[in-house]
Design a protein around this ligand. Structure first.
Ligand code: XMP
Length: 512
């Protein structure tokens, strides 16, 4: 394993951000629950520890406290925000209940010669969010930075290698915060910065070979980023021992199946089995209008089809999956922590335990941006690595109400036009998602002298960081006009195109 920095999670909404910033410094980070015993951290051989912030007061009844033993491990600790107060509280200082919250930007004034602030100017704009504050230093500590409101905005005991800061270096509102984190990692923890995607690929390939031996691995390929990168990585490790299964559920976009076959079968020479189950899916969805009902049917049918396809492939011991780090982090859920709001219904593919396959999840340690870097290094094209998210139930939740082959065909054509125009203009890469929705209402239009009573297509284009919130994209009018003209002129059965200008919340990204 590479050198590891443990991030002890005390419920901060920024815990994952801290972990990602560490990785940006080419150091491996792992998030641990705040209750993790010191012995465990020792057994894992962590090189340093960071205490995350957290919404609680150290004095509150439910205040999350770490195992005292972490202070005895002899490894450096950096406390951030609540982490600073914890350090003060545990090591004999005094924390006062704040009368008012210090929230937002402040100016940090740095004095002395702390390793933490090496190479930085004496004044920095920093971002604060805390109620309590440290009013008496623990023994052995001295102050190295202050803000307008805190004498002890940066403190340290360099003999024991304990450091703490009141502000958040991990957020973008703090100037040069990443350099503070990097100083901690390299100057204080002595990290070599050996976490890179090419090292990762080499290490994983060896690991996959060792784990799998001569067995076979099955992987359900969706064409999305995660399963594609997992497939490419496993294939590089074990070649023909990997078999991928692609289920055509009849709810795919135009030419999607052909693209998948082209890339993986022809280009990567992966053993890819395509199962055309579109008739079965459409039969089961017939007349079903309710979105959650549709999702259930699609999910269940997928598992059934996938399981059945395995019978014809023969005995396999492993199921490959593109699980990512954010899916496995056991975030501390305290108060209103957005990181704990994991959307379970989005994680389709929970294949039943009765399949008795061992899981092979080579991307479990990675964040999404790292997965993209791995995909690129493995030679996957930009269209796959930077592909927009596409929901598991596919066009099934984009044809509103009941689904028919005719409605799907109309949606597919309209969506292909939108896609082509987004690509042509370069906007595809700038937005989170862009897609069409089929509205089952008819409106009147004219073609030549004829009355055209036909369906309506909604165009949905959004920007987002993580799909939790989203805003509609202000596409140029000219581009919107081209999209609208082309759809109404070229797609039979559509008389009108409308633009969705709703943000999330209160709307969601998908219409169903
Ligand atoms: P909403 O519509 O909840 O979507 O704002 C947030 C993100 O999740 C995707 N999405 C899904 N993905 N199965 C999936 O795999 C689903 O049932 C599903 N519903 C929504 C959506 O495309 C967006 O990126």
């Amino acid at each position: 394993m590479p050198q590891t920095i443990a991030v002890l999670d005390f419920g901060s909404q920024f815990t994952q951000v801290i972990a990602r910033r560490i990785r940006e410094c080419q150091v491996y980070s792992k998030i641990y629950h705040y209750t993790t015993p010191a012995a465990q951290l020792k057994a894992d051989g962590v090189t340093g520890i960071i205490f995350s912030g957290g919404p609680q007061s150290v004095y509150s009844k439910q205040a999350p406290h770490p195992d005292r033993g972490v202070f005895e491990l002899g490894v450096p600790i950096l406390g951030i925000c609540y982490g600073l107060q914890l350090m003060g509280h545990f090591l004999g200082g005094k924390v006062a209940k704040g009368e008012r919250r210090e929230y937002g930007n402040g100016t940090l004034e740095i004095f002395g010669n702390s390793e933490l602030f090496k190479g930085l100017p004496k004044k920095l704009k920093v971002w604060n969010s805390h109620g309590d504050k440290l009013i008496e230093l623990p023994k052995g500590f001295h102050s190295v930075a202050r803000t307008e409101n805190s004498e002890y905005a940066g403190i340290e005991d360099s003999d024991r290698r304990f450091y703490a800061i009141q502000f958040h270096p991990e957020v973008f509102h703090t100037d040069r915060g990443i350099e503070i984190i990097r100083n901690y990692l390299t100057r204080i923890c002595g990290c070599k910065g050996d976490w890179s995607m090419s090292n990762f690929i080499d290490r994983k390939i060896a690991e996959i070979r060792e784990t799998v031996g001569k067995s076979r691995v099955i992987l359900g390929l969706s064409g999305g980023v995660d399963s594609s990168v997992a497939a490419a990585l496993i294939h590089k490790a074990i070649g023909k021992q990997l078999t991928c299964v692609f289920v055509d559920n009849g709810l795919l976009r135009k030419d999607e199946r052909e693209h998948v076959v082209d890339l993986y079968k022809r280009n990567f020479k992966i053993d890819l089995r395509v199962v055309d189950a579109s008739a079965l899916f459409l039969r089961r969805l017939k007349g079903v209008e309710e979105p959650e009902q549709k999702r259930k049917i699609i999910g269940r049918t997928f598992v059934e089809v996938f399981e059945k396809s395995l019978k014809s492939i023969g005995k396999a011991e492993f199921l490959g999956q593109g699980t990512l780090y954010p899916d496995v982090i056991e975030s501390v859920s305290i108060g209103n922590n957005p990181a704990s709001l994991i959307k379970s219904h989005h994680n389709v593919g929970g294949l039943p335990a009765r399949m008795k396959l061992k899981l092979l999840e080579p991307l479990r340690e990675l964040f999404k941006d790292e997965v993209r870097a791995v995909g690129t290094a493995l030679g996957l094209p930009r269209e796959v690595v930077w592909r927009q998210p596409f929901p598991g139930p596919g066009l099934g939740v984009r044809v509103l109400g009941d689904i028919t082959a005719e409605k799907l065909a109309i949606l597919r054509e309209a969506d292909a036009i939108l896609h082509a125009e987004m690509m042509e203009s370069g906007w595809y890469w700038k937005v989170w998602q862009s897609f069409c929705v089929f509205l089952p209402v008819k409106s009147v239009g004219v073609i030549g002298d004829e009355r055209n009573y036909a369906y309506v297509i909604a165009v949905r284009v959004v920007e987002s960081i993580d799909a939790m919130t989203a805003d509609w994209t202000r596409l140029p009018y000219d581009l919107l006009q081209t999209i609208s003209n082309r759809i109404t002129n070229e797609v039979r059965g559509v008389s009108r195109v409308v633009l969705d200008i709703s943000s999330k919340p209160p709307a969601t990204i998908e219409w169903e």
